[in-house]
Design a protein around this ligand. Sequence first.
Ligand code: FE2
Length: 251
Amino acid sequence: MLIAQISDTHILARSSDQAAGAARAETLRQCIADINRQGVDVVLHTGDAVHHGAAEDYAYLREILAGLEAPLFLIPGNRDRREALRAAFSHVSYLPRNGGFLHYVIEDYPVRLVAMDSVAEGERKGEFCARRLAWLEETLAREPDRPTILFIHHPPFDIARHFVGGYRRPKDAEDLAAVVKRHPQVGQLLCGHVHFLHREPWGGTAATTMPSVALDLRKEVDAAIEAAPLYLLHVASSNGGLVSHTRIVTP
Ligand SMILES: [Fe+2]
């Protein structure tokens, strides 16, 4: 199963006078064209889809994403706003419509895809309250034998010097790791938020963050590829393990 991961596209409204707006839209279009050429099964967007959370941002995002051939599953980041996102993507069936958290499970593929909503609206930091952890526990317990990939915007661990104390309550990340540790079918956690590539052991599995698709916000990327759009391609094996490639998009 071939999975493309994009993240932190930070799209601005088409009418925005911010200089980065047109460039971010173009970079995302280039990634989409490349993803279409790879024959991927699904595309995961790990949050911060738009920059201001406005309806106009989402309208432009939706217009750009219409070029994508494979099914897309997205989760909110701290820049997103749940209600605006839900309204803009009312045509997709996987997002819950009940006004609560935007998390869900996709059961249609050899690997089960579990999306967690880590957003504390209006805050940069993430949050895992008891309700969310209970949902995850129950969701993972339902299919203990199916290989699973979990995706969450905020990485639930510190990354020295770059990202420290990313959750509202320090214990949130610990509690989340404890839940995942009880469910060894989780083969990997995929995250966004920090805008650079990082991998480490976490919760009995491996966790990966990725560079932002938005070039002007990308961090820690080698100067040789500084100007090239990039995203991640994950080849998922039948046990849920991933072989991951950084896909550098060339014209
Ligand atoms: Fe971001």
